[in-house]
Design a protein around this ligand. Structure first.
Ligand SMILES: Cc1ncc(COP(=O)(O)O)c(C=O)c1O
Length: 366
């Protein structure tokens, strides 16, 4: 093909104008912009674990002798360990390269071009992104003013052509949990309900036990947040039998690499340590909330996750974010129709909170 534009013209048409995912920038980019050394950046923009992974993970990765061998495609050891951790049958569990990949698998399994996916915004960006990528159509149902899922509106919206409803609980970025009775109502609809429990360890609220009796409920989890493995990419889902058996057929063989499987396995062997860091983050969440509430310009929302959403009043959220970045502190800001002037701050260590509060005082009280 000589025509330089030829191959581009062959790209699936729905992908050429697709909005890319708004990912968090790497540490090096923050260093380049702020001049603050990588190891001094305070990273509160990705809901990662500020205590890092378990020391057992680092040791096991160093000593692992089989990096030259393909990983177990069936993820047997990891799924056996997860079976105990999650209290769900071995056959119902499938791991992915991050829970992001499991969202992709669900799309691959269910979405034909034009099929509808219900997205309760504001929420995690991957649901829209993956639906777009697979040629589905998103039906947007805004959450209520308190960020609760508007169940009545979802029911109205779930007409012909709807195949999937995504609910993050706790929701990112609002931090609230969707009550069981709401999920039970959604499960009565003839669609698949994907309940994303990425932040389960911080809320301690799960609906995994419902999967057994509901053939249309999928629960997704991740090691990125509580176990400090965001960089290794490992998550898992709990699927009803009638879905799991098909997912196994369409899953690429070695989707979770050997290092990620090993790291997840070692994490599950070091629960005492990891749960102690989760406990520290939950305690710090309250301290951070109280400190943020003292600023007249900030209205923090109660959160059951490892981040806090704040609406910003009489000040500009974006400029707060930029001012903090200049000082080497990274947070997220939003300016969407539903989150017009908001920031989201991941819960860090106590020294991170102290540095953030000092910087915010400098920015907001001067
Ligand atoms: C609600 C929600 N689900 C899933 C993820 C992604 O998890 P993973 O790193 O396992 O792909 C995130 C990350 O921010 C999230 O907020």
């Amino acid at each position: 093909m000589n025509d330089k534009e030829g191959p581009e013209k062959l790209i699936r048409s729905h992908l050429t104008g697709m909005t890319p995912y708004a990912y968090v920038a790497p540490l090096e980019a923050a260093t380049a912009e702020s001049g603050v050394a990588v190891d001094r950046i305070i990273k509160l923009d990705g809901n990662e674990n500020p205590y890092g992974c378990s020391p057992k993970v680092k040791k096991a990765l160093l000593e692992y002798p089989f990096y030259h061998i393909y990983p177990d495609s069936e993820q047997r050891e990891l799924r056996q360990a997860l079976q105990r951790y999650v209290s769900a049958p071995f056959e119902s569990i499938i791991a992915g390269s991050g829970s992001d990949e499991l969202i992709e698998f669900v799309m691959r399994l269910f979405i034909d071009p034009g099929d509808r996916v219900i997205n309760c915004v504001p929420t995690f960006g991957m649901y829209q992104f993956s639906t777009d990528a697979w040629g589905g159509k998103v039906t947007t149902v805004p959450r209520n003013a308190d960020f609760a899922v508007d169940v009545a509106e979802v029911k109205k919206a779930a007409g012909k052509g709807t195949k999937i409803i995504f609910i993050a609980s706790p929701n990112n970025p609002s931090g609230n949990v969707t009550p069981e009775q709401d999920i039970l109502q959604l499960l009565e609809l003839p669609v698949v309900v994907v309940l994303d429990e990425a932040y389960y360890e911080f809320s301690q609220k799960t609906l995994v036990p419902l999967v057994r009796d509901h053939g249309n409920l999928i629960v997704l989890r991740t090691f990125s947040k509580w176990a400090g493995l965001a960089g290794l990419r490992v998550g898992y889902g709990v699927f009803p039998d009638n879905i799991a058996k098909h997912l196994f057929r369409i899953k690429p063989p070695y989707n979770v690499n050997a290092a990620a499987q090993l790291a997840a396995l070692e994490s599950l062997k070091d629960l005492d340590y990891l749960q102690s860091t989760v406990k520290a983050i939950v305690a710090e969440r309250q301290r951070l909330f109280d400190k943020l509430a003292e600023f007249q310009n900030l209205r923090p929302w109660p959160s059951e996750a490892n981040f806090i959403l704040c609406s910003v009043v009489n000040h500009n959220a974006q400029s707060i974010c930029q001012e903090l970045k200049r000082r080497g502190i990274l947070i997220r800001y939003f300016k969407t129709p539903l989150l017009k002037n908001y920031i989201r701050i991941s819960v860090g260590r106590p020294d991170h909170t102290d540095a953030l509060v000092a910087a915010l005082s400098d920015i907001l009280l001067k």
